[in-house]
Write a protein that binds this ligand. Structure first.
Ligand code: T1G
Length: 693
């Protein structure tokens, strides 16, 4: 057949085995191989059924994303699928792993489907700004009904084999060896005289306009700003408006229109970037990480508890060092309460929770960290305290034990000096809540050993995080860029914009929340502490815009105190608070500030271009090796809308010349100290290129 599809005979049955690492994507050779296998089986009178199976870790996990945007070599997937529809002999899909996208569509075009118990199914196309393009939106409703189809096709989630079987998407859950199970299934099928059957010939389920309308409303809210989910919903409706054959032709047209659109380009770039950031320029991929068998966590506040849980969730023993027995008791209670919440929700069994709790060894004695291969420090964000802790860690841990600080902005190089073993020191900045948020901002110090970098990148993946690498600077990547957005937000409030209007601009852009709702969520006291830590480097205007300090002084800490920028009821929903208006008006009067109408597009550009400009500085200084790290960090760290690709990709799409022109206008209005354009931005704009080339 082809180098990726092997055709073999097993008595009266033929098998097409696909072997196209890493995920058996339907690349050109797979499509050609499948077409050849179907033809051969059809023409061979001795063959009574054809089985399609995959080698490696998964059945087909989708079309080959690497082929997107390039001319697609024939046969295209819909052509192969049409051959399956017209085949006279039964075709059986034998599946394992993640049956996604085009892989799911190939399976649904087979006449019968069996899968191992752990197999997952889904249409993640919407996460790439696409929708199924090979019949998925038309076959799924004919097999599984409307509700399941709408959920699968528009949300991009996955279902397990049990659910798939319950909804008629697979015929059998195969225990034991899949190849043998497939042959046994084929034998039973033929013995029962069952032949080819295609979902194409089934009727659409009864239409349900109310269900579509409800889905439309939900998607518009949950997937705000994204075009693909609503288009995917439209594609399902094609089945009510035209024949199956016409519907799949129109579905393919819609898919191609989406592929050519900006959101799919952005999401596909982000998909590749989230994998590219695992490859560190200049670090040989063969460099062996240090073995991490036991993790130490010192400092058991909110972050330390979450970090201990993240390590235990990955099955790693944790030595959790706290201040004293009371502190340890509080920490373990809090950890137990969080896991009990998961048990109550059914996402964790009590047995697993008990296993994880047993992995955590509390201690009030830092010398117990001698048993750890990696120690993550999460004590209070105070340089003097951290310096003392690192000096102690350098003394009590074994040479070669990695010492990582969870600090969100303090100087890793200074901590490295304090430790006496700078080559073993790095940063591992988790995001709150540490056992939930995927992003992990690893920080390489000036003297961090290369194998330490390799180790913390591998460790991050091992505990289910999305690790990116940053150099040392104030705030690393995420907080350094976020601080510029906060600055502009406070300045805009001084100039006349109100907090709710500012939040609304970012929410309509696609952020989960704006800077003021975020401040209330994180706690204005936390923000005040961070401002205090940066007081020495703040400008007079930044110090004057002391709304956060004023809020804290008035006992308005945000959600935790019931009021901050917004007022919160029992339901914790933000409501307008006239007290905030009074505070802002008093501030303007006190400083003699004339307030003005601020338009939404100025708000958006000031908040977002401030981040883009800072990102360009981070890139130019080599803090981030590539724009990939910045976009992956900002999307996964602060919810920069994924469908834009992240701040740097988004700026590229606007054109750096246009971005620079706006920044030059802001520079003229507000001064160099805030809006001096990053040299890299000026250079790239001058060359007519983007951050990505
Ligand atoms: N095409 C090409 N390469 C892919 C790929 C794909 N669909 N999916 C993954 N890879 C590469 C990935 O880039 C990485 O390579 C390696 O595989 C391991 O990936 C017609 C048109 C399957 C759950 O969206 O969700 O079908 O960067 O690190 O964590 O309607 O990969 O290391 O060189 O993610 O084990 C729909 C996307 C496509 C599936 C495995 N399918 N992939 O996760 O490994 S659109 C998807 C995933 C479509 C049809 C439409 C995950 C995974 P490298 P990984 P993993």
């Amino acid at each position: 057949m082809t180098q990726t599809v092997t055709y073999t005979r097993h008595g009266a049955f033929a098998e097409a085995l696909i072997d196209n690492p890493p995920v058996n994507a339907t690349s050109a050779s797979v499509r050609a191989g499948l077409a050849a296998a179907i033809r051969t089986a059809e023409e061979d009178p001795a063959v009574q059924a054809l089985i399609i199976r995959c080698a490696g870790k998964t059945f087909i996990a989708g079309a080959d994303i690497k082929e997107f945007g390039k001319p697609i070599a024939p046969p295209q997937l819909p052509t192969v699928i049409r051959m399956m529809d017209e085949a006279r002999k039964p075709i059986i899909a034998a599946m394992h792993g993640a049956v996604l996208g085009g892989g799911f569509e190939v399976a649904l075009a087979c006449h019968y489907r069996i899968a191992t118990p752990s197999t997952k199914f889904g249409f993640p196309e919407v996460k790439l700004g696409l929708m199924p393009g090979a019949g998925g939106s038309q076959r799924t409703p004919r097999l599984a009904g409307l509700a399941m189809t709408i959920k699968l096709v528009t949300e991009g989630g996955q279902i397990d084999a049990k659910t798939a079987h319950a909804h008629g998407l697979i015929d059998e859950i195969a225990e034991g060896d899949l190849g043998a199970a497939a042959l046994a299934f084929a034998e039973r099928l033929v013995a029962a005289g069952k032949g080819a059957r295609s979902a194409r010939d089934l009727p659409m389920p009864a239409d349900d306009p109310a269900l579509f309308e409800a889905a439309r409303k939900t998607l518009a809210r949950k997937m705000r700003g994204q075009t693909a989910p609503l288009k995917a919903l439209e594609a399902i409706r094609l089945g009510y408006e035209m024949s199956f054959d016409d519907a799949v032709v129109r579905e393919l047209e819609m898919f191609r229109e989406a592929m050519a659109g900006p959101q799919s380009k952005a999401l596909r770039n982000l998909f590749a970037a989230e994998r590219e950031v695992a490859r560190i320029p200049g670090l040989p991929e063969t460099l062996a990480p240090r073995p991490i068998k036991t993790v130490g966590v010192i400092g058991l506040g909110t972050m330390g508890r979450g970090i201990a849980m993240a390590a235990a969730n990955a099955g790693l023993p944790v030595i959790a060092v706290g201040l004293d027995l009371n502190n340890l008791d509080q920490a373990l209670r809090a950890i137990g309460k969080m896991w009990s919440g998961n048990v109550a929700k059914g996402s964790l069994t009590q047995a697993t929770m008990d296993e994880r709790l047993a992995l955590i060894t509390p201690s009030a004695d830092p010398t117990d960290l001698a048993a750890a291969d990696l120690v993550i420090e999460a004590v209070t964000e105070d340089m003097a305290i951290k310096t003392e802790v690192f000096a102690r860690l350098g003394a009590v841990t074994r040479p070669g034990t990695i010492l990582a600080s969870n600090t969100s902005y303090l100087d890793i190089d200074a901590l490295a000096t304090a430790s006496g073993r700078p080559e073993d020191v790095c940063g591992m900045h988790f995001f709150n809540p540490a056992h939930v948020m995927r992003l992990l901002e690893n920080v390489r110090g000036a003297r961090t050993a290369p194998d330490v970098v390799a180790t913390i990148m591998a460790f991050g993946k091992r505990i289910g995080k999305l690790p990116i690498l940053s150099g040392v600077c104030d705030g690393f990547i995420v907080n350094r860029m976020l601080a510029k957005r906060s600055r502009e937000a406070f300045f805009l409030v001084e100039e006349g914009a109100n907090p709710e209007a500012i939040d609304k601009v970012l929410v309509s852009f696609g952020f989960p929340m704006g800077p003021f709702a975020l401040g209330d969520l994180a706690g204005l006291d936390v923000q005040a502490a961070a401002r205090k830590a940066r007081k020495a480097s703040a400008t007079a205007r930044e110090l004057r815009a002391d709304f956060v300090e004023q809020m804290v002084a008035a006992g308005r800490l945000g959600q935790k105190s019931g009021a901050g920028w917004y007022r919160y009821g029992e339901d914790r929903k933000p409501a307008h608070d006239p007290e905030t208006d009074r505070l802002i008006a008093a501030h303007a009067q006190k400083h003699g500030l004339l307030r003005r109408e601020v338009r939404a597009d100025e708000i958006r550009e000031r908040l977002l271009y401030a981040m883009v400009n800072e990102g360009a500085k981070i890139l130019g200084e080599g803090i981030a090796p590539r724009p990939h790290e910045i976009d992956v960090a900002m999307v996964n760290g602060i919810g920069f809308p994924a469908y834009t690709g992240g701040p740097m990709f988004w700026a590229d799409q606007i054109g750096l010349g246009k971005v620079l022109a706006s920044i030059e206008r802001f520079r003229a209005d507000y001064g160099d100290e805030y809006w001096a354009p990053a040299p890299l931005l000026v250079a790239h704009a001058g060359q007519g290129r983007g951050f990505y080339g």
